[in-house]
Design a protein around this ligand. Structure first.
Ligand SMILES: Cc1cc2nc3c(=O)[nH]c(=O)nc-3n(C[C@H](O)[C@H](O)[C@H](O)COP(=O)(O)OP(=O)(O)OC[C@H]3O[C@@H](n4cnc5c(N)ncnc54)[C@H](O)[C@@H]3O)c2cc1C
Length: 450
């Protein structure tokens, strides 16, 4: 996504651009695939940052303007409602911030003024500044606003799952970005899923003259005097470019520069297990009225790599077709996400790996049915699962790090004159975030600096 964002922005500025993708299609962490004649989105639960047409200076409106794409082309359908599900309390929210406010004033009446103050502070924060990368602990800072532990944890849960690369915490600026993206703006889904967006971006890029090469892995990059002079492809070709934007991750890029695998994977990386189940009948037939449920079995959130393969005590249950005005669905997709342990999956034998996958697929689905308040009688017509090893294989992220390295490089600068980081390790996450990351890196390093 960030590569496409950067590519379109460069092509719009009249640059000659080539986009190199190692897989057979674009999309990365948010692509799509076919299995047993079923179409699946790899990642898409929802697109954050919903705005109605117009949208002023909001990120999604900015994205449309910067890429010169009409708002309607994304074909967005708004979420119905989402839920934060804790042992004794539920908080509902949708794309109207007033719903969350009224939930908090009913269920945590003593905290509503503090919540309003928090929202005001977040709105005023310049969270997209490219300077000042020092980590500020949200867990510590949030206590200055919200005194109730349960409310603090409830507000944190969706934001951790949708964008924190930090164990048990999230950077304050990242918290602000996600608070706006999820609570103040909200969720929507393009009709047709992630394909709609990818098709739109790819065709726009091509029409602007951008070249796309799929099945073309970059195997190394030569550096001379802090200048990236040559890009070596697996095909044996060598490319030279004035500028290079790398969306594969910081450590992953360093590995290409040094042509070896010795760049340490030092930081604790967080990875996920994701399951997909298709059930017959539309979501309403199952009486499911939420789009996304973020659940936690305890009153505090433990957002860390589990000891075992998967931690089912918290997670996301998503019904990605459960959107307003969408009456065309004949089946229901149920997706679940949980924290998972890369090393535990990696240590399984060839025989154990598929059986462990199957075990957790069933456990996770059972858990989702419990959260949805439904018996597990509904028979799946298709199912799939992916583990941290799948994430690593299909994205190249070391140890399947879903949100990359915890330390983000906001200005994309890694000490080279003409190679910059964009995407996950630059720090803007999700579909909208990744696209804006590509855009802002090009604006900063190509357009403004000239
Ligand atoms: C399970 C899951 C669910 C998600 N759900 C959502 C969601 O519902 N909504 C949302 O907004 N976001 C979601 N996200 C997050 C979103 O997908 C990411 O933030 C975004 O896709 C990141 O884009 P990126 O450009 O930074 O990098 P990536 O998506 O990681 O793309 C990097 C690309 O580089 C390619 N590559 C790697 N190495 C090489 C090489 N050597 N040579 C050539 N190409 C290479 C990879 O194949 C990949 O295509 C989800 C992510 C996951 C994993």
């Amino acid at each position: 996504m960030s590569g496409l964002g950067a590519g379109i922005r460069l092509a719009l500025a009249g640059k000659r651009v080539i986009l190199l993708e190692k897989h057979n299609t674009v999309g990365g962490l948010n692509g799509y695939y076919y299995r047993h004649s079923c179409k699946y989105d790899v990642g898409l639960h929802a697109m954050t940052n919903f705005v109605s047409r117009g949208g002023g200076s909001k990120p999604f409106a900015k994205l449309c303007r910067q890429l010169r794409l009409p708002y309607e082309a994304f074909q967005l359908a708004e979420q119905i409602r989402s839920c934060i599900h804790f042992p004794h309390t539920k908080l509902y929210f949708n794309n109207d911030f007033e719903l969350l406010r009224s939930e908090i004033s009913q269920k945590f009446p003593s905290c509503i003024d503090a919540f309003d103050q928090l929202a005001k502070t977040v709105i005023e924060l310049n969270d997209t500044a490219l300077s000042g990368t020092k980590f500020i602990s949200t867990r510590a800072h949030l206590k200055d606003f919200i005194k109730d532990n349960t409310l603090r944890e409830m507000l944190l849960l969706p934001l951790l799952y949708y964008g924190s690369a930090h164990v048990n915490d999230i950077d304050w600026r990242q918290f602000a970005i996600l608070f706006k993206a999820i609570y103040l703006e909200g969720f929507a889904r393009p009709r047709g899923g992630v394909r709609t967006i990818l098709h739109l971006l790819r065709e726009h890029y091509r029409k602007l003259g951008g070249i796309l090469r799929v099945k073309t892995p970059v195997v190394s990059i030569t550096i001379e005097n802090n200048h990236a002079s040559e890009v070596h492809l697996q095909t044996g070709e060598i490319l030279r470019a004035h500028q290079i934007f790398s969306s594969i991750g910081h450590r992953e890029t360093l590995r290409l520069l040094h042509s070896d695998n010795t760049i340490p994977s030092d930081a604790q990386t967080l990875s996920f297990l994701e399951t997909i189940t298709t059930l017959s009948g539309p979501p309403r037939m199952h009486n499911w009225h939420n789009t996304i449920i973020f659940y936690n079995d305890f009153t505090s959130v433990h957002y860390a790599t589990p000891e075992t393969c998967v931690d089912l005590h918290s997670g996301v249950v998503c019904i990605p077709e459960n959107y307003q005005d969408d009456t065309s669905q004949t089946n229901t997709t149920l997706r679940t996400t949980h924290l998972a342990n890369y090393d535990a999956w990696k240590s399984l034998s060839h025989a154990e790996y598929p059986t462990t996958k199957q075990h957790y697929l069933l456990q996770s689905r059972q858990k989702a049915f419990t959260i949805l308040g439904q018996s597990s009688k509904a028979k799946p017509i298709a199912e799939d699962i992916f583990t941290p090893l799948t994430v690593e294989r299909y994205t190249g992220h070391i140890k399947g790090a879903i949100y990359g390295h915890p330390n983000k490089i906001r200005d994309g600068n890694i000490g080279l004159t003409n190679l910059f980081i964009c995407g996950t390790d630059q720090g803007f996450l999700g579909i909208v975030g990744a696209l804006l990351s590509g855009i802002s890196m090009v604006n900063h390093h190509t357009l403004q600096s000239k």
